[in-house]
Design a protein around this ligand. Structure first.
Ligand code: BG6
Ligand code: MG
Length: 219
């Protein structure tokens, strides 16, 4: 039976993907690196350090580890500054409604994000109270597609994976949910999250009613 829900943050609760894009673009422009939206798609769901390595590989650049950390920190400073403008108006349409609904029906809810800035984002949105457990980029070391962050969240919720549904917008996030034997809801296009149990184009369509209708034997 489904007792818990685990949410990715960026691209599911709020559209921080755009702010990550702008920050990587600024760093890349400063460095003379090629970076566009297509490459940005490859960064969805993966950690900051994995992301900069993808960008450097794409540009055929190799630097010593200290410099890479320094540049990733620079990107993060730009990103974190842009979060100051985020407000409770910046939920993706449907996300706050779903979280409110889950609370009122008494489900256990966790965050399962790769971001080390998750608590700040939740604070800006005024969303912290929706979550019983926060799993973020500081909780585990192996990032998605490893299932670790979702296993961490489920364990803290006190639930086995088969009792939980994971919401994800990243290809590697759905890979992680499947690797951990979680039920999964994909948010986004078929070519990205078509391997989820059920997929919706946006969070607006992913209502509790629709999710319950699909997983009807589990409620
Ligand atoms: C994920 C995003 O949620 O968090 C990635 O999809 C991002 O794009 C990753 O790189 C790490 O985020 P942060 O905030 O720790 O740099
Ligand atoms: Mg995401």
């Amino acid at each position: 039976m489904i007792k818990g829900f685990i949410f990715d943050l960026d691209g599911v609760i709020t559209d921080t993907a755009e702010l990550h894009y702008a920050a990587w673009k600024k760093l890349s422009d400063d460095m003379g690196w090629q970076f566009d939206r297509e490459l940005n798609e490859k960064l969805r769901g993966i950690s900051r350090m994995d992301s900069i390595k993808v960008i450097m590989d794409h540009n055929g650049v190799s630097l010593d580890e200290d410099t890479v950390v320094e540049l990733a920190t620079k990107k993060n400073d730009i990103y974190v500054e842009s979060l100051d403008d985020m407000t409770p108006e910046d939920y993706l349409p449907g996300a706050r409604e779903l979280l409110t609904h889950l609370r009122s029906e008494g489900f256990r809810v966790a965050l399962g994000s790769a971001s080390k800035n998750a608590t700040k984002v939740l604070k800006q949105l005024n969303a912290t109270h929706f979550f019983d457990v926060i799993g973020d980029g500081n909780s585990v070391s192996r990032s998605k597609p490893a299932p670790d962050i979702f296993l961490y969240a489920a364990e803290k919720l006190g639930l086995p994976p088969e009792n939980c549904i994971v919401f994800e917008d990243a290809e590697k996030g759905i890979d992680a949910a499947k690797a951990g034997k979680f039920h999964s809801v994909g948010i986004g296009p078929e070519e990205r999250v078509g391997h989820s149990d059920i997929r919706f184009d946006t969070m607006k369509e992913a209502t509790l009613f629709e999710v319950k209708s699909y997983f009807k034997d589990l409620f």
